[in-house]
Design a protein around this ligand. Structure first.
Ligand code: HAS
Ligand code: CU
Length: 562
């Protein structure tokens, strides 16, 4: 809890560790701030209020931010890819050190990884700002960006792998010193996420190194868009769980403590994370239901597996809500639903995460609709899809990261949270904007409005879309206000002169479990069987199609640039 200040930390990170985590958060929040600028521009533009020319006037001479697609690319890359990856690696660093109660095994390795990510960000930023990489965050060939964009992405991914190696070695050394102790759940959770990410990103590595770079450099004349998309979604789907799982780690293992309770079941929590390792990757074809090059049978298998990966989220819904109910009843909460009021809604960190969870219930329901092969044909490539992912990555994940920041920034800087009441307000504002925005996007999508289209400039917009597009503009602008409030609060907190009073300390909230973790079954603390099963399932679900598509490769498509 924010107010849970203590004088005797269980284990304190060193100053240099805190600084290192701080660097991650600084870059993450900076990327979020710049990327989010384009959110209201797009939302207003949908309603016919085109502020882009005004931005041209202010910015263009320097940055050339002059097109909808450039803005949308900056928005997607900075918010969906950079804000998340930098925040997650920073949070993982803090959790591994605090959870294992020991420093990183080879700190220099993690530092190399981190600065490589920064180098990647800078490299990709050059063509992005110069309007030479306006290919959206999925960078589908045959749209072609400047080579620097791809090199930048490779550096970010490889940097995150190197940080991952640092975590594995640290955990491995801890294991050698503690052979009979169960891995602390919170550490297991974030490390499973890094391992999942490492396997998942092999797809995009194959895409960029094997297909895109030779083509962008002019070594080959064409590219195979179908094979590129298959490699891309091998990574692109698990990417969404890479974003989600750190938020889940916080909901399971931190939020209950902040709410004054305990984790309902350590065993169920572990099981959910292993299931995510197993099931996150082999289902990327649910993004390719309309791709002509993938046979229907494989789409069906991936559709089924997608319903499978919904299961650990349902486990999460059960366990996290049970943990919250336990906490609320301990605080005197009563009634079937009345206990919800007894949760500490005055704590900005808790409120952000509760609101994130509530929005995710709707995001999850939309996800299951997406995954249904036939329903997908109605909503694919419509505004419904950004409606869905704003409830997931921009709500479940981003709002949770707001909540985590509200204790983490005071923790790493030793400074008190600036305006705690505004922290509560920021999440409510963002949440209200999101309700309006996402509802309108889903609805207008079902009416046929395409995604990734400057609708404000389109001549074909039917009158029945107008009310919804207006709500998109209103909701999007409100979200931006909530987000800027968040940015202001964490920035002032970090850079103010005021420090926490002498002897006061804000600890990392780590919840105890109602069951004894030491009693968790051994198979929930062993990597080998889960890793083998994961690789086997990927080979079964992707192998035959990958072989077919690689054997049938056609490097026919030239690159298209704007
Ligand atoms: Fe998705 C498209 C299917 C989850 C992100 N998804 C996208 C895209 C993004 C994205 C970015 O099958 C667009 C990609 C693009 O640009 O083209 N998605 C799913 C399914 C799930 C799912 C089945 N998506 C996510 C998450 C994301 C994310 C998580 C980001 C973080 N998605 C799809 C499909 C498409 C798709 C298709 C392709 C669409 C197309 O045609 O293009 C599932 O994982 C969802 C399971 C979730 C649940 C909800 C559980 C609820 C919980 C809440 C607990 C509550 C609490 C609150 C804590 C079943 C855990 C308590 C509060 C109190 C007050 C008590
Ligand atoms: Cu997906």
């Amino acid at each position: 809890m924010l107010t849970d200040t203590t004088t005797t930390p269980v284990y304190e990170l060193t100053k240099s560790d805190k600084k290192f985590v701080g660097w991650h958060i600084l870059f993450a929040v900076a990327a979020l701030t710049v990327g989010a600028l384009f959110g209201p521009l797009q939302a207003l533009q949908a309603a016919g209020i085109d502020l882009y020319p005004k931005i041209d006037f202010l910015f263009i001479e320097i940055n050339g931010v002059n097109s909808y697609y450039q803005g949308l690319t900056l928005h997607g890359v900075l918010n969906a890819l950079i804000w998340t990856t930098f925040f997650i690696t920073g949070f993982t660093t803090l959790v591994v050190i605090r959870g294992l109660k020991r420093g990183l095994a080879i700190p220099i390795l993690n530092r190399i990884g981190f600065w490589m990510m920064v180098a990647g960000l800078v490299t990709a930023a050059i063509p992005l700002l110069g309007n030479k990489a306006s290919v959206l965050y999925t960078f589908y060939p045959p749209m072609q960006a400047d080579t620097l964009f791809y090199i930048g992405l490779v550096l970010v991914v490889v940097g995150s792998w190197i940080e991952g190696y640092g975590f594995y070695i640290t955990l491995w050394r801890w294991r050698k010193d503690n052979p009979d102790t169960r891995t602390p759940f919170i550490v297991l959770a974030v490390v499973i996420n890094m391992v999942m990410w490492q396997i998942a990103t092999l797809g995009v590595a194959a895409e960029i190194l094997g297909l895109i770079l030779p083509w962008a450099l002019g070594w080959v004349d064409g590219i195979d868009p179908q094979l590129s998309r298959t490699f891309f979604w091998f990574t692109g789907h698990p990417l969404v769980y890479f974003w989600l799982l750190p938020a889940y780690a916080s909901w399971y293992a931190m939020l209950p403590k902040q709410a004054g309770g305990k984790l309902f079941s350590d065993t169920l929590a572990r099981l959910a994370f292993w299931l995510f390792l197993l099931l996150s990757i082999p289902l990327g074809f649910h993004h390719q239901f309309v791709d002509p090059g993938v046979p229907a049978g494989w789409k069906f298998i991936h559709s089924l597996l997608t319903f499978g990966v919904g299961f650990p989220s349902l486990l999460t819904l059960f366990t996290v809500v049970a943990s919250l109910e336990y906490a609320a009843r301990k605080r005197g909460g009563k009634g079937l639903f009345g206990w919800i009021r007894a949760l500490p809604w005055g704590d900005g960190s808790v409120t952000a995460q509760l609101l994130a969870g509530i929005l995710f219930i709707f995001g999850g329901i939309g996800g299951v609709a997406n995954a249904s092969y036939n329903v997908n044909l109605v909503l694919h490539n419509t505004a419904w899809v950004p409606g869905h992912f704003h409830l997931t990555v921009a709500s479940a994940v981003t709002l949770s990261f707001f909540g985590i920041s509200y204790w983490m920034v005071p923790h790493i800087t030793g400074k008190p949270l600036w305006k705690p009441k505004w922290a509560v307000a920021s999440s409510w504002i963002y949440f209200s904007g999101m309700l309006i925005f996402s509802n309108a996007m889903h609805t207008v999508g079902l009416l046929g409005a395409p995604r990734r289209t400057p609708l404000g400039l389109a001549p074909y917009v039917p009158a029945e879309w107008n009310g919804h597009l207006f709500r998109v503009a209103v909701g999007g602008s409100i979200m931006w206000i909530g987000l800027m409030l968040f940015v202001t609060i964490v920035a002032v907190t970090a850079f103010q002169r005021k420090r926490l009073p002498e002897g006061e300390y804000i600890d990392v909230p780590v919840a105890e479990s109602l069951d004894d973790p030491q009693q968790a079954p051994v198979w929930l603390d062993r990597w080998k069987p889960w890793l083998i099963a994961t690789v086997v399932l990927i080979i079964l679900a992707y192998g035959p199609q990958l072989i077919d598509q690689i054997l049938g490769i056609e490097l026919t498509s030239p690159g298209f640039t704007n």
